[in-house]
Design a protein around this ligand. Structure first.
Ligand SMILES: Nc1nc2c(ncn2[C@@H]2O[C@H](COP(=O)(O)OP(=O)(O)OP(=O)(O)O)[C@@H](O)[C@H]2O)c(=O)[nH]1
Ligand SMILES: [Mg+2]
Length: 321
């Protein structure tokens, strides 16, 4: 993948550089606010016929299903070790006796877990909650990009994530680039009023994403803060952003702590970094929540895929190679 980074003092100035140089034939990968005065936008160069240039050592996209392993009982045992204890019980039925093909694994996963990738969401406001660094902000940007491409729907975003470092993707800048109105909320005294007020300012938007601050399982005060923040918000769907590479113990503490948010779906992030997805799949099963999406990549243009049993089967089998 060939990329180029453009810099300037405003989004408009940087986007003009992108247009002048690439004539619009670029795909925005990342947008950073380095400090108050410098905006940086990384663009993937796309060839003029619309096809993206592929390099030989590109990582395989998640949707590539050509390489699903078809193996014997030894593989069954390996796979069972990777799906995590609780899910093993269901999958074992499908994977013993030489029946270890991906379709059978997908059947087992489909029986153990539930999936709901329906989009656009039914609620007007969608808040993403999860621990720090789990990929909430990136997932909001990915969802906005995907929904904009697929639906004719006006989208807004509320920036309630206070910890915006210069090295992380700036959702504010991204929103400006893709023409989505953004409203920032500060942690003032009147926490419960912040989101309803921001939603009122975004009254023309049919769908509003809320990016929340990351909170660990034991950070009771911050958990309460996010709870209060979302408290006064009606017509809200809350999605739990679960980082796939996290250790089992941390994941189960997080799942327990996040019950208070009454989440309706899970977004499983960083599957590209997870050497072993068993803990995350087990926690998903224990949470009783459906999986909505899986993400695999740090940049906005990287994958966010509707979660499905077949996709998970493919990911699990890919991890074995
Ligand atoms: N490899 C990989 N990196 C990801 C993925 N999603 C996000 N990241 C990276 O993980 C880091 C944290 O992502 P953010 O989206 O800022 O996470 P966050 O949950 O908003 O973090 P806080 O705002 O601190 O709570 C960034 O460097 C992202 O680029 C993913 O699916 N795969
Ligand atoms: Mg964030």
């Amino acid at each position: 993948m060939r990329t180029k980074t453009f810099r300037g003092e405003s989004v408009q100035e940087v986007m003009q550089q992108v247009r002048d140089e690439l004539g619009g034939h670029g795909l925005i990968l990342n947008s950073l606010r380095k400090d108050e005065s410098v905006i940086e936008i990384e663009v993937e160069l796309v060839s003029l016929d619309g096809s993206q240039e592929q390099e030989a050592d590109e990582p395989m996209p998640l949707q590539d299903e050509a390489d699903l392993a078809r193996d014997s009982d030894a593989a069954s045992a390996l796979i069972l070790n990777r799906v995590g204890r609780d899910i093993q019980v269901v999958c074992r039925r499908y994977l013993t006796g030489g029946e270890s093909d991906p379709e059978m694994l997908a059947k087992g996963l489909g029986e153990a877990l539930s999936f709901d990738a329906s989009m656009p969401p039914k609620a007007r406001a969608v808040a993403l909650v999860g621990p720090s660094g789990s990929g909430k902000t990136t997932a909001v940007a990915k969802l906005i990009a995907n929904i904009q491409a697929a639906f004719d729907i006006s989208i807004g975003v509320i920036l309630a994530d206070q910890g915006r470092g210069s090295r992380e993707m700036s959702l504010e800048t991204f929103a400006q680039v893709v023409g989505v109105p953004a409203v920032s909320v500060d942690c003032g005294l009147d926490v419960r009023q912040q989101i309803p007020e921001a939603l009122a300012r975004l009254r023309d938007c049919e769908l509003v994403f809320i990016d929340t601050p990351g909170v660990g399982a034991t950070e009771e005060n911050r958990l309460r803060y996010v709870e209060r923040l979302l408290d006064g918000c009606h017509d809200l769907e809350t999605m739990y952003v679960m980082p796939a590479p996290q250790q089992e113990r941390e994941l189960s503490a997080l799942t327990a702590a996040y019950r208070r948010f009454d989440c309706s779906r899970i977004i499983l992030t960083k599957v590209d970094q997870a050497g072993y997805m068993g803990p995350a799949l087990n926690e998903t099963l224990r949470s009783g929540l459906p999986l909505a999406f899986v993400t695999g990549g740090a940049r906005v243009s990287d994958e966010i895929e509707p979660a499905s049993a077949r996709r998970l089967a493919w990911l699990l089998l890919r991890q074995m190679h």
